[in-house]
Design a protein around this ligand. Structure first.
Ligand code: DX5
Ligand code: ZN
Length: 217
């Protein structure tokens, strides 16, 4: 199975977003962090901005919703053309209904869990999803340190995926660097979100290439 590097535009210059998107065109998907200042203590942007990002991005969009009420908001991101829409397990009583709605519209459906949220209750829901996002920092901000003690969740997901015979991507997000990407890949992740380590490197294209080869090593 392949690997994917998804730079997070949270670390791009918000006033020059088109340049920020073009700078990562050698990556796989552009990771777009939507925050509502309720589910997380930070605020980014909403559907209007993501719609414009979708218009100009050379890469398909991997939208990560850190918002309450995904029933109300998630379908709109699928409708505007996002390749994948990931919402948090902590924000809904009925993740399957949200996932089905996203897939009906034509997006890949993703389920995210915060570092403190156990993955066990969600393993049996894997057939309803195209990707599972194991957060490796507390969601809300870029530039935080990787939390290694969530790695066992990837082992459980990998096992369940094999048992169920599924092709679900296992994503990690937060604190991904040349060192931590190796740890996450060994634990079973195949899709890597990296914000500050790509954009603060001075050379996003080189950073993406290095992350890619480290994940393969
Ligand atoms: C954090 C976001 C991440 C963030 C990662 O809540 O979901 O996507 O941009 O940033 P780094 O790679 O700097 O930890
Ligand atoms: Zn994210």
């Amino acid at each position: 199975m392949g690997i994917r590097i998804n730079p997070s535009i949270l670390s791009a210059d918000f006033v020059n977003m088109q340049d920020g998107l073009e700078a990562i065109s050698t990556a796989d998907l552009a990771h777009v962090d939507v925050m509502d200042n309720h589910f997380v203590p930070n605020l980014t942007f909403g559907p209007q901005m993501v719609g414009r990002i979708q218009d100009v991005s050379p890469l398909p969009l991997d939208v990560h919703l850190m918002i309450e009420d995904p029933e109300r908001w998630a379908p709109g991101y699928a409708e505007l053309g996002a390749y994948s829409v990931t919402f948090h397990a902590e924000t809904t009583e009925n993740p399957v209904a949200v996932a089905r709605r996203l897939r009906d519209i034509g997006a890949r459906a993703g389920l995210a869990v915060k570092p403190g949220t156990p993955i066990e209750p969600y393993l049996e829901l894997m057939p309803e999803f195209d990707q599972i996002l194991v957060m490796t920092v507390e969601p809300g901000f870029g530039g935080q340190s990787f939390i290694a003690n969530v790695m066992p969740k990837l082992g459980l997901l990998r096992e369940a995926r094999a048992q169920l015979g599924l092709d679900v991507w296992l994503q990690v997000d937060g604190g991904i660097t040349l060192d931590t990407i190796v740890i996450a890949a060994e634990a079973g992740a195949d899709t890597f979100v990296a914000g500050s380590s790509v954009y603060n490197s001075g050379n996003p294209e080189a950073a993406i290439a290095s992350l890619r080869s480290a994940a393969h090593s």
